[in-house]
Design a protein around this ligand. Sequence first.
Ligand SMILES: [Zn+2]
Length: 586
Amino acid sequence: MQEYIVSARKYRPMTFDTVVGQSSLTTTLKNAIASDKLAHAYLFCGPRGVGKTTCARIFAKTINCLNPRPDRESCGECESCKAFDEGRSLNIHELDAASNNSVEDIRELIKQVQIPPQIGKYKVFIIDEVHMLSSQAFNAFLKTLEEPPHYVIFILATTEKHKILPTILSRCQVYDFARMTMDNTINHLKNVASKEGYTTEDEALQLIAEKADGGMRDALSIFDQMVSFTEGELTYEKVCASLNVLSTEYYFRLVEHFLSKEVHACMLLFNEVLCKGFDGGNFIAGLANHLRQLLVAKDSTTLPLLEVSEKTKQRYQEQATKCESKFIYKAIKLCNDCDQAYRQSHNKRLQVEICLIQCAQINEEDAPGSGLCPSKILKPIFRLGALAQPTPKTVATPKQETNTNITQNTIAKSVQTQSARETQNKQTDIRTRIKLGNLGPSIRNTGIAKDNKPEGTTKDSPKVENKPFKQEDITHQWHAYVERMPIERRAMAMRMKNMMPKLINETTFEIMANNPQICQYLQNLREHILQEIRSALCNNNIQMIVRIAEVQELEHITSKPALYKKMAEKNSNLQKLAEILKLEIC
Ligand SMILES: [Zn+2]
């Protein structure tokens, strides 16, 4: 059986000309060799898998070649070149500092430095991952690095230049290796594939190059994996499936759905993506990227920024012509907002779905007078039945707007609804607004809410019948309110969470603050809190008193001995524990 050699090794460049993507650097090295101006120490920096060690080996081979070619490359035929190619040359020493970083390892290396080369002119010492050397090893090495014998050249390689000590940096000629560009990687993979007789699609190679993120070695090793998965037939679909990457096909389809305002199709597509095991957050990030590509493809001046195959570029251009720039901006904004809110969301799926629905509705004309931006409007996809309270179009008048803005400014988000698409012609005038903040409580309190108007209820609606409520209802509503507080008020929400609203008569509850600032804050928020709680409990007579706690109450709240005393009263074991452990409560 023929020995299998991984592509990264099999196609490792043997001359400077075959090194991919580092032409300016290899030219400099070749010129230095030609003019015989060799430094005694080089530092090769750059990301992993871009050819640092390869260049170091080519360099070592070239300077030792007995019959260098006119183009300053090694001949590949002389005894020295053969020894290099067969890996038996004594003129090259490689030390992996990641695993050999002790003083002993360096001492061993220094011993080798003393022995002059047998064939060829130079002995080359390559120290890989040199930033991993211990500080003692560094110190032991410094002297030799500064004044090595004339036949010795050190090539230090590192992925983390910033970790190299200035004393080392100043003694080396520094070469910075560039990351592989997408084109370089794709072309090289194409080259390898054609030599091996594999069939490839440009999009598939593109995907591998993206995954490798600028490293050629990684690209080749992913390529090898893909070859064995796909049995040498690297199609986009197969590579997508084995790399567990979501096909761009989904995003192209999704944008088509957005443009034709097919909300249900978007929801189904998202469901399909989730069923395949993809994460909603990544999906939204991918969608944002797709929209960005569309934006770039829209303008011929930005088109070069699109690092994709010709075929895909054409698809982006086609889709971009169908989208107005305004649509793309808004959709990107929506995706970005969704991405930010995603991590904190309790219902992540819904978060993505809302974003998709809003994207699908960007192109829909807003009712005249509706000044809300799309991120704040959620038009209905389904008839909301009992929840929807048809009201005339005047809902969107400026006066009502202000009302909503207050709500938004404080806590609740507003959700605007209108009748379902199929009945749109008949009822375009009908719009209803539901406060999201009220949705939670009204669902939890369906028993209370069903024979009332939970959404429209405000303190001045005249017809509401005031329902009785208990301490636990107030406690529950208080916590529900705190839960809905926006993230920027989290510190306050945490404090409010620890406060216990106390019902002091049938309609009034009291809340105690432990300092005047908090008291004032709650006073300011009072109207809003009441509005929400009254609405949720269907009782417009509810009152709230805020006062500063008395000293003894405060001690009861804050002092640890008091807390301990109270706990010990309830559980005598606690006192025993304190006695056994000789704890002092202070
Ligand atoms: Zn040679």
